[in-house]
Design a binder for this molecule. Structure first.
Ligand code: AMP
Length: 418
């Protein structure tokens, strides 16, 4: 064998074996959960015009400032691999005029790869999967907002197999948020020389982002910053109160977190993040929020949206081994076929049984009989069929080790245990 010099890029995963199987089952579980809320799956392209992300996700977000994978220009347009789904889903709704449906809110779910040029570390990849939903309407009302929030919790809980913790904040209307940004600007301006280079930039582009800074010294300074609650108008305050009262009434626990601003620029109103309550120091499993101007900013009608996304690899990293096994239990083969005849009888039998929903397969020709039985045990086949050169059949029960001659017509019954 030669020496392998080309390796998988940093921050990516090769998907096979248990990882592939967990991914498959998570995808199914999460999309089925969102279908209970009426969401239909959509899948926008993996890459879009760069302008889409700059306009929607926002120039000041880290995701767009530093983390996009921008493709080398080939024609007359710049393209970027999607760093998130919300912008693409909104563009899809606009381009296909789905907003003209009388049946509102529109409810979409998605599951797929996103790309961010981040420094890879545990739980932080450059290519990863997100699952999420977007609910869109002319005005996203409180019920729709809470429906999205509750779905994010039930989906995470089902996937993880245990309780989760949700942190909430309310960023208010566009006007309230602008007033708050100004207050933050005034607060941080005299301190900015002591702060990190990113915060210096954030002060200029979007001072809200400073509250998200992970540098310890900056976090200390941010503790004394004005609180968003003091900048909400009366309508915002009453909307927020109705939401938390409804959650209280439903017995859903939450934590209010006035420092939670989320990494992307488009949020107004309710924002939230989901954590593992048994492992609260583990980074956020997902987050979401309401946005009001995104559709308009990309040239569409005045539509609002609320959505969330979960980091699928984060969920996997946080999951217990038992939960993973439980989740991705593959069906053991119903029948393992050792074909000593090689004239097509085995293939014919397998295709008939597969039509009945049974899992059947055969080892490669090179396997000798002893090796083939060992393989049947390793892959936990329930029964093994031997097709002899004279075409007669014998069925072996791998648990009792009993082996008997059997007619082809009696196979299905024997396998189904009828
Ligand atoms: P965001 O779109 O930034 O709000 O991220 C939503 C969720 O995606 C986060 O809560 C994480 O679970 C996950 N996530 C974000 N960035 C990464 C990354 N670089 N690697 C793995 N998961 C990520």
């Amino acid at each position: 064998m030669g020496e392998q010099s080309i390796k998988r890029p940093r921050g990516t995963n090769d998907c096979f074996g248990d990882y592939a199987s967990e991914l498959y089952h998570l995808r199914k579980l999460l999309l089925e959960e969102s279908a209970l809320y009426g969401a239909r799956e959509v899948d926008p392209p993996l890459f879009e015009e760069s302008r889409l992300f700059h306009r929607s996700v926002g120039e000041s977000s880290d995701v767009v400032r530093k983390e996009t994978f921008d493709l080398v220009r080939k024609g007359d347009k710049d393209y970027t691999l999607r760093p998130e789904f919300t912008a693409g889903v909104n563009r899809l709704v606009l381009e296909n005029k789905l907003y003209s449906s009388p049946d509102l809110p529109l409810r979409f779910s998605y599951f797929g790869k996103v790309f961010r040029y981040e420094r890879p570390q545990s739980g932080r990849l450059r290519e990863f999967h997100q699952f999420g939903v977007e609910f869109l309407d002319r005005v996203v009302d409180l019920d729709t907002s809470l429906d999205a929030l509750i779905l994010s919790l039930t989906a995470t809980k089902k996937a993880l197999g245990r309780k989760v913790l949700v942190k909430l904040n309310y960023l208010g209307s566009f006007a309230s948020r602008e007033n708050y940004k100004k207050a933050l600007y005034d607060y941080f301006s005299p301190k900015i020389e002591e702060m990190c280079e990113d915060c210096k930039e954030r002060l200029r582009t979007n001072p809200l982002r400073i509250l998200d800074c992970k540098v310890e010294k900056d976090q200390e300074l941010a503790k004394g910053a004005p609180k968003i609650e003091d900048y909400l108008d009366e309508e915002d305050k009453s909307d927020y109160k109705v939401m938390v009262d409804t959650l209280d009434g439903m017995g859903i626990s939450y934590q209010k977190d006035p420092g939670l601003v989320r990494g992307l620029d488009y949020y107004t109103g309710l924002v939230w993040e989901i954590y593992d309550s048994e492992n609260p120091s583990f980074p956020a499993l997902g987050g979401g929020g309401k946005y009001s101007t995104l559709m308009h900013d990309i040239g569409g009608p005045d539509f609002e949206g609320i959505g969330f996304s979960l980091g699928v690899e984060r969920l996997m990293l946080d999951m217990s081994e038992e939960r993973k096994e439980d989740l991705s239990k593959e069906r053991d083969p119903d029948l393992f076929v050792i074909d000593l005849e090689r004239k097509g009888t085995a293939l014919k039998i397998m295709s008939r049984l597969r039509k009945e929903g049974l899992v059947c397969y055969a080892p490669s020709f090179a396997k000798a009989l002893g090796g083939a039985f060992k393989m049947a045990d390793r892959i936990k086949a329930k029964k093994t069929l031997i097709v002899f050169p004279d075409s007669h059949l014998e069925l072996k029960d791998m648990e009792s080790r009993n082996q008997d001659t059997i007619e082809e017509s009696a196979l299905l019954k024997a396998l189904k245990g009828e």
